[in-house]
Design a protein around this ligand. Structure first.
Ligand code: SAH
Length: 358
């Protein structure tokens, strides 16, 4: 069994301590952290300002695990999807969404997802395992390096595969690594965490000193319907979720985003829109409509643009800010809810072997 520590998964303080235990001063920890996270090196031999002896010793004790790019697909709209292989052979996807003025990295927090939302392809995979903090932060490093953006500002959305609040500790640790001034220094205000509303974890998030923006995958305005569309609602219902949102410490001038996937003839009527407005009363929120990205095996249809417009108009007439999410990268299956990889336990051993050998 591999018991070596992945140094890329250590927050700066832990890295400094690890080096101190080996008898090295703390500032070497900062140097190593910078090499890995700011400059994206993947090998100790490249850390040219460290003594050779230290580099050798580091290589004896630690790995620098870096997700490997095994496929890169570019959509006609510029969206780029990376298929990444992790150190144990499992695969995840991360997406770069170019836009003006902001550029966004969409990253994963789990291999697969346990939430099984009725309209999401990732949910069909089930959950394979959690990602480590190193693997979550590593996707950003790899995207930034691949796209030559190590020195560019970008936003991060935790909207790839997985439910971030179902992998709380690793996700928060990754955000601290990404925010560190000695690394990529991504301001948490540029990060948005999207969740179905795992309530105990959401309550914990509310107490964090450094917090990302919050997006809630609401998708429905009644308990019964949400039970079907977002099964975790059976455990943490709509009403409790919205109460938690009411209590959530939203900073001045900021808003919680409520994501609402639009499914034809299911949740797209004017009445649904009006119910949504009533539900969000008293919450500092805004609405982001996501017309369904259709896929084989997903038993719903995308509503017409006119239906989406009608819904948006009702919400906005009641004073809520509303936006319609542009669907990016649909031609390469990189859009919301379309991320799915094939090394799941459900897969046949033969196919897995074939993948391992390719
Ligand atoms: N697990 C987190 C983050 C992942 S997905 C969450 O659920 O919030 C980001 C958004 O894409 C979620 O709001 C999700 O519900 C939505 N989504 C999933 N499948 C979709 C689809 N087929 N079309 C449009 N949006 C979808």
């Amino acid at each position: 069994m591999n018991t070596r520590v992945d140094i890329a998964g250590l927050e700066l303080s832990a890295l400094e301590e690890a080096l101190a235990r080996l008898g090295h001063p703390r500032f070497h920890g900062r140097q190593v952290f910078q090499w890995i996270h700011k400059r994206g090196v993947t090998d100790f031999t490249q850390m040219s300002d460290l003594a050779r002896e230290l580099r050798t010793q580091l290589a004896e004790h630690f790995d620098i695990l870096t997700p490997q790019v095994i496929r890169k697909e570019r959509s006609v709209d510029g969206t780029t999807k990376l298929l990444l292989r992790l150190s144990d052979g499992r695969q995840i996807e991360s997406v770069f969404i170019p836009d003006t003025p902001s550029q966004t990295f969409c990253i994963s927090t789990q291999v697969g997802c346990a939430m099984r939302c009725a309209f999401c392809l990732t949910g069909k995979m089930g959950i394979d395992r959690n990602l480590t903090a190193g693997e979550i932060a590593g996707q950003v490093r790899v995207l930034a390096r691949e796209l030559d953006m190590l020195d560019t500002r970008f936003n991060i959305v935790l909207m790839g595969m997985g439910e971030p609040l179902h992998n709380y500790d690793a996700t928060m640790s990754a955000l601290r690594i990404l925010a560190d001034d000695h690394g990529l220094a991504v301001n948490p205000r540029r990060v948005t965490l999207s969740t179905v509303g795992v309530l105990p974890a959401l309550e914990k998030l509310a107490t964090e000193p450094v917090m990302p923006n919050l997006a809630i995958s609401l998708h429905s305005t009644t308990e019964d319907q949400r039970d079907m569309l977002v099964p975790i609602n059976r455990k943490y219902g709509l009403r409790e979720l919205l109460d938690a949102c009411r209590r959530f410490p939203v900073k001045r001038r900021e808003r919680i985003t409520f994501e609402y996937v639009m499914l034809k003839d299911v949740n797209d009527s004017p009445e649904d829109a009006r119910r949504l407005v009533r539900l969000l009363h008293g919450i500092r929120g805004k609405v982001n409509l996501l017309p369904l990205n259709e896929a084989a095996g997903i038993p719903f249809e995308r509503p017409s643009d006119a239906t989406v417009d009608r819904f948006a108009r009702i919400v906005s007439e009641h004073g809520l800010t509303v936006s319609v999410r542009k669907s990016r990268g649909r031609d390469i299956r990189a859009a919301c809810g379309q991320l799915i990889t094939e090394t799941t336990p459900a897969q046949s051993p033969g196919r897995r072997l074939a993948l391992m050998m390719d």
